[in-house]
Design a protein around this ligand. Structure first.
Ligand code: FAD
Length: 302
């Protein structure tokens, strides 16, 4: 069996695996996609001590660093469930069972879907989630941004510099984004903000040709012709597979203490899948290190 089995190969998992392996204990890492969300990121300018880099480049460095140590890397493998018997038993989608004395979950998060007709159908045909990745595809076109929180308004400001026009749709009567962002947005000539509206449908034929929404105070249905829709309503933690094993909050984030411990002894968690206040690369790496040191402490006591 492993001493430490890390589930998830993003910044948190990579950091956890390196910290564990450096203690000279048997370490494995299972990842559906090594690199995680970093792979979908274009420019990174806040990873302290590296002035500027690109996501795929950072993901490659993460893997290279993990490979410096005798860590078993099991890439393109998805965890299905976990059970604690004498040892932890992690079942993979492919049916294999991996055993370990301790486990660090770092399965990150994914974009939240808005769940209206057309969203699935037109994914990558006008429906997008990553303005940094897909913004340039909509140069000179009209796009919508669903969501008026920080990520939605940041996306709208970013897109306004590339596309012809941006329409922001916010469900609540007011935007939730920070005031500095709202002020910046309001200073832009090619942005329309619709508040108190509910997105009803993303329409199209081969690709997106519009969005239908309802004005919540009048119940009136309206349609805007446009070519792209960016969904920016937050992240969902990848923790469904842990159902019934550890305590999670209302959002599905795993609750951890300052040692990275969950409610199940020997099971630790780190990064965007936890109830951490902020989701950033440097923060995920820090919590990955914390969870590995926590797991090491647990191993020497048990
Ligand atoms: P993730 O990066 O989500 O990694 C999760 C890992 O778990 C992946 O390997 C995934 O494949 C794996 N996994 C998931 N489910 C399973 C399963 N069931 N079984 C096995 N493996 C599984 N942060 C910054 O600091 N600066 C930025 O400039 C920045 N820009 C961003 C831009 C975009 C477009 C996005 C999406 C994010 C950005 N972030 C940025 C946030 C940053 O990428 C995340 O906070 C960070 O990647 C979280 O790391 P993590 O290891 O917790 O999770």
């Amino acid at each position: 069996p492993y001493d430490v089995l890390v589930v998830g190969g993003g910044p948190a998992g990579s950091s956890a695996a390196i910290y564990a392996a450096r203690k000279g204990i048997r370490t494995g890492i299972v990842a559906e996609r090594f690199g995680g969300q970093v792979l979908d990121t274009m420019s990174i300018e806040n990873f302290i001590s590296v002035k500027s880099t690109e996501g795929p480049k950072l993901a490659a460095s993460l893997e290279e660093h993990v490979k410096e140590y005798g860590v078993d890397i099991m890439n393109l493998q998805r965890a299905k469930s976990i059970e604690k018997k004498d040892l932890f038993e992690l079942e993979l989608e492919n049916g294999a069972i991996l055993k370990s004395k301790s486990v660090i979950v770092s399965t990150g998060a994914r974009w939240r879907n808005v769940g209206v007709p057309g969203e699935q159908e037109f994914k990558n045909k006008g429906v997008a989630y990553c303005p940094h990745c897909d913004g340039p595809l909509f140069e000179g076109k009209h796009v919508a941004v669903i969501g008026g929180g920080n990520s939605g308004i940041e996306a709208a400001i970013d897109l306004a510099g590339i596309v012809k026009h941006v329409t922001v749709l916010e469900f609540n009567p007011e935007l939730k984004a920070d005031e500095v962002l709202q002020n910046r947005l309001n200073s832009l000539p090619n942005v329309t903000v619709l508040k108190n509206v509910q997105t009803k449908e993303i329409t199209g034929t081969d690709s997106v040709n519009g969005i239908t929404y309802v004005e919540r105070d009048t119940n009136e249905e309206k349609h805007v012709e446009l070519q792209g829709v960016f969904v920016q309503i937050g992240l969902v933690p990848n923790t469904d597979w842990l159902e019934g094993t550890v305590e999670r909050n209302r959002m599905g984030e795993i609750i951890v203490n300052k040692h990275g411990e969950t409610t199940l002894p020997g099971l630790f968690a780190a990064g965007d899948c936890t109830d951490s206040a902020y989701n950033q690369i440097i923060i995920s790496m820090g919590s990955g290190a914390t969870a590995a040191l926590g797991a090491f402490d647990y191993l020497i006591r048990n």
